[in-house]
Design a protein around this ligand. Structure first.
Ligand SMILES: C[S@@+](CC[C@H](N)C(=O)[O-])C[C@H]1O[C@@H](n2cnc3c(N)ncnc32)[C@H](O)[C@@H]1O
Length: 277
């Protein structure tokens, strides 16, 4: 059983810890009815600390390739709401789904660290993370990307065609669970698996990957959005359906003796999972 302990006794020494301390001071001062002037400096400090973090990380992370920058630009220039407004089953797609520079570079580093030759992506969207990982694969490396939406699959493939690494990517357009089952049936395995599709299916993807031996020995699973905008650790009443699904997924992984895992507070949370049994 996982227990969450809020530790507020030690001196904060990280940007996040200092931010928490400052927000705590602000809350206390407001409760005491202190004047806005008393509070303003701490609010400004807290804002600068929070607002500066991601731009700083991005500025000091290796730059993305021109092809990834172009894919981002193309994704941002598409009016996704308009594209899908007339559909019967609206599968909401939006440019914010794209993982982007820092997460893409992190995934590239993971591909190199595990010396991956075979990568599986579950949930591709316009292909940012797929292309980022493909850039780190060796020439004989291979990435299979699962995507259910035909339009984004074509969009991504057009972008891959502009990159010297795009030929390493194969796209399977189908519900991911169907594709995973087919991969299990033919005995495939992957050195790195990136899960980033339907949050409510995360547990099913995870079980199929572990039970079906889709993860090669020494391989890692990376799972995106495992903080889900902070909902993972908020009270259940404050969670959306996706927030609940992620909280349940995190609980399941934490209680699974077959694996070791760590949640990295990168972007919306990325969990790394390796199989130990
Ligand atoms: C968050 S986006 C992926 C972002 C992408 N990994 C990136 O870094 O840019 C999730 C994608 O999963 C797809 N998806 C949702 N449910 C799916 C399913 N059941 N099977 C396959 N793909 C699915 C959506 O169409 C969407 O394109």
């Amino acid at each position: 059983m996982v227990q969450i302990v809020k530790n507020n006794t030690s001196r904060p020494v990280t940007p996040h810890g200092i931010l928490v301390e400052k927000l705590g001071q602000i809350t206390e001062k407001i409760a005491k009815g202190e004047s806005i002037q008393e509070i303003q400096t701490i609010v400004e400090d807290a804002y600068n600390l929070a607002a500066g973090l991601e731009p700083y990380i991005s500025a000091y992370t290796t730059s993305e390739s021109p092809e990834l920058a172009e894919l981002t630009r193309k994704t941002a220039s598409e009016d996704w709401s308009k594209r899908f407004e007339d559909r019967e089953t609206v599968r909401q797609l939006e440019q914010e789904m794209l993982s982007g520079h820092v997460e893409g570079q992190t995934l590239k580093m993971f591909v190199r660290m595990v010396k991956a030759k075979r990568v599986l992506e579950v949930g591709m969207f316009t292909g940012y993370s797929a292309l980022a990982m493909a850039e780190a694969l060796p020439d004989d490396g291979y990435l299979l990307a699962c995507e259910v939406d035909e339009y984004v699959a074509r969009f991504a493939q057009d972008c891959f065609a502009q990159s010297p690494h795009g030929c390493k990517i194969q796209v399977k357009v189908a519900p991911a669970l169907e594709t995973l089952q087919n991969l299990v049936d033919v005995g495939e395995s992957f050195d790195l698996i990136f899960i980033d599709a339907d949050k409510r299916e995360y547990i099913a993807y995870y079980q199929m990957i572990l039970d079906g031996n889709l993860l090669a020995p020494g391989g890692i699973i990376c799972v995106d959005n495992t903080l889900m905008q902070g909902q993972a650790y908020l009270e259940p009443e404050k969670r959306s359906a996706n927030g609940n699904a992620i909280a349940e997924f995190n609980r399941l992984v934490a209680n699974d003796a077959r694996v070791e895992q760590v949640i990295l507070p990168l972007r919306d949370g990325v969990t790394l999972i390796s199989r130990v049994i």
